[in-house]
Design a protein around this ligand. Sequence first.
Ligand SMILES: Cc1cc2nc3c(=O)[nH]c(=O)nc-3n(C[C@H](O)[C@H](O)[C@H](O)COP(=O)(O)OP(=O)(O)OC[C@H]3O[C@@H](n4cnc5c(N)ncnc54)[C@H](O)[C@@H]3O)c2cc1C
Length: 426
Amino acid sequence: MVILQQTQWYKSKTPWYEPPASFFQQTGREPKTAIVIGAGLAGASAAYQLAQLGLQVQVLEQAHSMAQGASGNLAGALHPLVTADWNLRSQWYAQGLQASLAFVQPRLATGQISGELSGLMHLAVDEKNRQRMQQAVQRVAHLSGLAHWCDAAQASQKLGGKTAQSGLFFPNAGWLNPPSIVKYCLAHSGVSVKYACPVLAAEYDKRNQAWLISTPNRGWQADVLVVATGAISGLNEVFSLPIRPVKGQVTSLKPEHQAWVLKCAVAHQGYSAPAPKGYAVTGATFEAPDLSPESSEQADQQNRAMVQASLPDWLCSTTKGALGRVSFRPTTPDHLPIIGAQPDFDWMMRQYFSASSSHTPYRFPPVVYQPGLYVSNGHGARGLMSVFLAAELISAQLVGKPPPLSAKLYAASHPARFAVRHWQRG
Ligand SMILES: Cc1cc2nc3c(=O)[nH]c(=O)nc-3n(C[C@H](O)[C@H](O)[C@H](O)COP(=O)(O)OP(=O)(O)OC[C@H]3O[C@@H](n4cnc5c(N)ncnc54)[C@H](O)[C@@H]3O)c2cc1C
């Protein structure tokens, strides 16, 4: 595993990505309370980290229980991103994966969360795919330390049933049950959760240095606000988050739908994974721009076809009673999440965007952030590999510790990057 941990403060070469001052430096006092909007993986992991710092955290969730959005699938895959070059996304997700493993491994071992990191088989679904994956292993030095190539016979043995495809086996990857992670994080003694509580508006009270939150029956107040609203929320626009919801349907299979027991998670045209109590999941469709929440028989058939192309005899001839679950991936235009302290976009408009972007960066002042405001969103189709790093970043920024990722990766997931790029394009 590569060590990518950031241990020192850095000064950004671009003022618009300069890391924020701590909450104490911004306000002259220590933060005591936080409100987190959203009880999915992003909100729950952030709430946990803030509670670990000693804050009293109130999570506000519009649904009637936790993990009702994208974080509600029975199983999700956790594995490195394989790209033919060592690009920014693969680097970001390598770091994200490290943060996820550090959080989940000890809690899996004690049974506090559910899942299994005993390996993931990434099958090469066709010849072109096989060549690309093998090139990636040759070109990207650290991949060869994380995975090894299996021929079809070895792959079949790892999976527990027949495949005609070869693939890359990642021994430390696997699957996780996202709702169990959300449940674990929200059970922290410093966290309270209020369900059926949609946040309607949020505004900063400068005089009292507090966030004022409106919900249908009452108002709330806190030093810190974390926006973790996922794919579909009116608040995404309010907080200038360019989130694109991408509909996906996962099919949940009962034990009687599976002709043999899948021994580990597998990526193919989609992914399949064991799940708690002998269940398994297979999926998932990509159905943008459809925003309807209804599941469909057609999407389940598509999921069956994807897995059958790689594991031809895994599913029984009938999978009657298998449940299709629809949710929406919160994706972003550059397929990286949006995490950390939220800049003051009005200030940026006055100080940066109304001037020519061709001036040298050194002529511009460092960016100003909104006190105590943080974001964890845009986790797309890989939230299990990004939400823990996001939560770590937020807690580091709050107390003024160095960001847990390099300057380049920090800028790559900075909430201001889309506005800055738009300005620079002219
Ligand atoms: C079909 C599918 C398959 C996937 N497979 C994988 C996988 O294999 N591996 C992987 O790593 N990732 C996978 N993902 C991605 C992962 O599930 C997401 O990235 C992750 O769950 C996002 O978490 P979140 O907390 O941002 O969003 P969500 O879980 O959607 O949570 C957001 C919450 O905010 C609440 N909310 C929104 N607005 C308000 C408001 N105004 N007031 C109060 N509450 C509000 C919502 O009700 C919701 O509960 C998959 C996603 C989908 C859809």
